[in-house]
Write a protein that binds this ligand. Structure first.
Ligand code: FAD
Length: 563
């Protein structure tokens, strides 16, 4: 049956526009239309959130979509994620535990002005022949085996178009998810408010303390995504290439009622109370506020991402978890890459039925396994010791496994997916189990030990194997076998890291021997000393590893543990 387009993309935000670009770059003769509500150019800065990219999403934009030169020229080079932990009163930045890379990072990332980016993407994809319809409102979609029909309003007139594929990229409108009843709740309830202010804000200028300034190469602090951390909340500062700054408050309602920061005036009061130094520097910008937005209980999941009837959901039209580590663009990259692969293969005559089911299952599992990273963790945000360890663990997990699979095309390789995820006790199962066990351990640790430590600098890149995991994520392995071997090697590093962290904490809290052997899949502070010693006798337990113990000693705030 003849359709108006091969693919219609509903919504032209970051997910929809990058998907259009990816499809066109993979196969130029596929006809693609993007239908977007916005009728005018997007404003600079005060457009959308999703400004800070991390490694996986950055790799997608720079390497998969060939936007490297564009990003270098039009957006800021980011200097990683930086964290400042609460100190009595939060009035002096140089007295807080600071966590972040001291030197320039090996793998790049960017701070993206979303207004500029979406305007430019419209031009880029239009040049490739994508039909962009701005100022149209999609009202419905009729999904059918014979082809889909999209109904929309343009200049007050009801219109319709047909296509072989439909992809929902309408963000929180969740057009297809609502229609098909796919929404799945997540037990993670967090609220956010954000605004942009005119002009740059450089946290480095907030102290005259020369030795504090010199911890890090000049100029790099400003380029990071800066997180100010406290009990149940974090606050972001993100610089934008338009010369403006994005600021957001994200908090767990168990600790900070949303009504205490859901209006601009209230947000300023909230800052005054919880982050007075930030409030002091923002006071001067009160008449330079460009916008103010809020989002209540922002997380949700989807029961389906890719349908065997030639449709799918990408970006926030699918699922959204938590912005703490800026992973929005990562999930866009993953979903777009799966979606593009299905569309291009089907267009070449391949039956993609099984592949669709596999991609859908892997996406769901990956997302589910990501949940424990954030769930209930806001209660730990004021604990610098636990968070310095946890953040490093989360980086190691992220760089060593999903990012490496992505950069090596593993998520669209059925052999790799089969080998990693389908067998009993598969790599995927072990990885998920290990991460969940370690994340639960952090919660137990936080409920037992609550130390506040001031005035220390922690650089995750000072842990050599962590720096290697970051460096390694861009390395392309020659064969499927080599990639799988590398992933197993990285999982072993994670097991050892878990064992070494636990050994130190358990010795301190449970009085277990310092050279206790530790089964990383059983780390738990719910066990007593005798049980921990007994578990240490298991075949899967790791004996003390001096190299690992010394390497992670960089993460202990006060008592370094050098062997
Ligand atoms: C508080 C917070 C902070 C975040 N920070 C980060 C971050 O630092 N880094 C990061 O990577 N991600 C971040 N994210 C996630 C990021 O915002 C999203 O991943 C990203 O914006 C989603 O893009 P999208 O294209 O799916 O949706 P959108 O950008 O919302 O695009 C959807 C488009 O669909 C259009 N549309 C909707 N309905 C219709 C309709 N009926 N007809 C026509 N058009 C329609 C809209 O106009 C819109 O342009 C954050 C999210 C939150 C909530």
């Amino acid at each position: 049956m003849q359709h108006d387009y091969d693919v219609i993309i509903l919504g032209g935000g970051m997910a929809g526009l990058t998907l259009a670009l990816q499809i066109k770059q993979k196969q130029a003769d596929i006809s693609v239309a993007v239908l977007e509500k916005r009728s005018k150019k997007a404003p600079h800065a005060a457009h959308k959130v999703g400004e800070s990219t991390v490694e996986l999403g950055t790799y997608y934009l720079r390497e998969e979509l060939n936007l490297k030169d564009y990003l270098e020229e039009n957006h800021l080079h980011k200097h990683g994620l930086r964290f400042y932990f609460s100190q009595d009163g939060n009035e002096a930045i140089d007295k807080r535990v600071e966590y972040g890379a001291r030197n320039e990072l090996y793998v790049p990332s960017h701070q993206i002005d979303r207004g500029i980016f979406e305007n430019d993407l419209v031009d880029i994809v239009s040049r490739l022949g994508v039909e962009i319809k701005l100022g149209v409102h999609i009202s419905d979609v009729d999904l059918s085996d014979e082809g889909h029909t999209v109904f929309y309003k343009e200049n007050g007139e009801e219109k319709q178009l047909t296509s072989n594929w439909v992809v929902d990229a309408t963000g929180r409108t969740n057009l297809l998810k609502r229609k098909e009843g796919l929404k799945k709740e997540i037990n993670h309830n967090i609220n956010a408010a954000w605004f942009r202010v005119e002009g740059e804000i450089d946290v480095e200028s907030w102290s005259d303390n020369e030795s504090w300034k010199n911890y890090i190469n000049p100029g790099l602090r400003r380029l990071g995504t800066v997180h100010f951390m406290g009990k149940g909340y974090w606050l972001w500062f993100i610089p934008l290439s338009s010369g403006n700054t994005s600021i957001g408050i994200v908090a767990d309602p168990r600790f900070h009622d949303f009504s205490s920061f859901n209006k601009l005036e209230k947000a300023y009061d909230w800052l005054e109370k919880n982050e007075p130094l930030c409030a002091k520097h923002l006071a001067a910008k009160k008449d330079k506020v460009l916008d103010f937005r809020i989002l209540k209980n922002y997380s949700y999941n989807s029961t389906l991402f890719y349908s065997t009837n030639n449709w799918g959901v990408v970006g926030e039209a699918g699922a959204f978890l938590d912005p703490f580590y800026s992973p929005g663009a990562d999930f866009i990259s993953l979903a777009n890459s799966w979606m593009t692969d299905l569309i291009v293969r089907e267009r070449s005559g391949e039956n993609v039925y099984t592949r669709t089911i596999v991609y859908d299952k892997v996406h769901s599992r990956l997302f589910e396994n990501w949940i424990p990273i954030y769930q209930d963790k806001y209660e730990l945000f004021d604990n610098p010791q636990i968070m310095c360890v946890k953040i490093t663990w989360d980086f190691a997990v992220y760089w060593g496994i999903p990012s490496l699979i992505f950069t090596n095309g593993g998520f669209i390789n059925l052999n790799i997916l089969k080998s990693l995820f389908t067998t009993h006790n598969s790599f995927g199962e072990r990885f998920a189990k290990l991460n969940k066990q370690v994340q639960d351990f952090y919660l137990d640790w936080g409920r037992i030990e609550n130390k506040t430590i001031f005035d220390t600098y922690i650089d995750p890149m000072a842990v050599p194997f962590v720096a290697d995991l970051q460096k390694g994520l861009e390395y392309i392995h020659e064969s499927e076998e080599k990639l799988i071997n590398k992933l197993e090697e990285n999982l072993l590093i994670l097991e050892k890291m878990a064992a070494e962290i636990f050994r130190v904490v358990s010795a301190r809290i449970k009085n277990t021997p310092f050279d206790l052997s530790v089964d990383p899949y059983k780390v738990s502070l719910k066990l007593n000393k005798e049980e921990l010693i007994e578990f240490g006798k298991a075949e899967t337990a790791h004996a003390l590893d001096k190299y690992m113990a010394n390497a992670i000693s960089a993460l202990w705030l006060k008592e370094k543990v050098i062997i």
